[in-house]
Design a protein around this ligand. Structure first.
Ligand SMILES: CC(C)(COP(=O)(O)OP(=O)(O)OC[C@H]1O[C@@H](n2cnc3c(N)ncnc32)[C@H](O)[C@@H]1OP(=O)(O)O)[C@@H](O)C(=O)NCCC(=O)NCCS
Length: 163
C-alpha cells in the first residue's frame, strides 16, 4: 500500500470509485475530479494497492472557516496559501473498507496540513460518520450550511496546536 499525489490520468478511476461510494446527487463528476486534480493536486492523494487505486482523499485550501457548497462546484476557489484545509471527499472501495485504510489517508492528510502550518482541517459528513471523524480528533460543530445532494450534513473541525 502506498499513498501518492493523484495524477490527472487517475481521474477516471477515481470518478468510478466516487460513483460506487456515493449516490448520484452527491458524487463528484469525472469533470469535477479532473478539475480538482488540476487545481489542487498537492491536496489530492490516492491510496494504491500495487498499481490499483483503492481509495482517495481530497480538498481545497482556503481562508474561509466554513465549508460551503460553492467550493465543491469551483476548484478555482482554492488558495494555496489559505488557512484551512477542507476535505471534499474520502472514499475507500467497499471491499477494502474496515481495514484501516481511510485512517491511513486521514492521518496522512492531517500530517501534510500540519507541516504546511495550516490552522486545521474542516469537513462535512452525514450523522452516521460523526463518531468516525471524532475518532481522529475532529469536533462536531453541528448542522452545516451545506445542502449538497439534498441531505443534512454536519461540519467537523480539527484545529492544530500551534506552538
Ligand atoms: C467512511 C469510509 C471512508 C471509512 O473507510 P474505512 O477504510 O472503512 O475506515 P477505517 O477502516 O480506516 O476506519 C478507521 C477507524 O474508524 C472506525 N470507523 C469506521 N467506520 C466508522 C463509523 N461508521 N463510525 C465510527 N467509527 C468508524 C474504525 O473502527 C477504525 O477504528 P481504528 O482506527 O481504531 O481501527 C468508507 O466507509 C467509505 O468510503 N464510505 C463511502 C464514502 C463515504 O461516506 N465517505 C465519507 C464522506 S464524509
Amino acid at each position: 500500500m502506498k499513498i501518492e499525489k493523484a495524477n490527472i490520468k487517475d481521474a477516471l478511476e477515481i470518478a468510478n470509485i466516487e460513483k460506487i461510494c456515493f449516490p448520484p446527487l452527491e458524487a463528484a463528476s469525472f469533470e469535477s475530479i479532473k478539475e480538482r486534480i488540476t487545481v489542487f493536486k498537492n491536496h489530492f492523494f490516492v491510496l494504491k494497492d500495487n498499481d490499483i487505486i483503492i481509495g482517495f482523499i481530497n480538498g481545497m485550501v482556503t481562508d474561509s472557516e466554513n465549508l460551503s457548497d460553492d467550493m465543491y462546484e469551483d476548484a478555482n476557489l482554492h488558495n494555496e496559501n489559505g488557512l484551512w484545509q477542507m476535505v471534499f471527499g474520502i472514499d475507500i472501495i467497499p471491499k477494502y473498507q474496515g481495514k484501516g485504510y481511510a485512517g491511513m489517508l486521514i492521518r496522512h492528510f492531517i500530517n501534510v496540513a500540519k507541516n504546511e502550518n495550516r490552522n486545521g482541517i474542516v469537513l462535512t459528513c452525514k450523522e452516521n460518520l460523526v463518531p468516525f471523524y471524532e475518532h481522529f480528533g475532529f469536533c462536531n460543530e453541528g448542522i452545516s450550511q451545506s445542502e449538497h445532494g439534498g441531505v443534512r450534513w454536519y461540519q467537523m473541525r480539527l484545529v492544530f496546536d500551534k506552538k
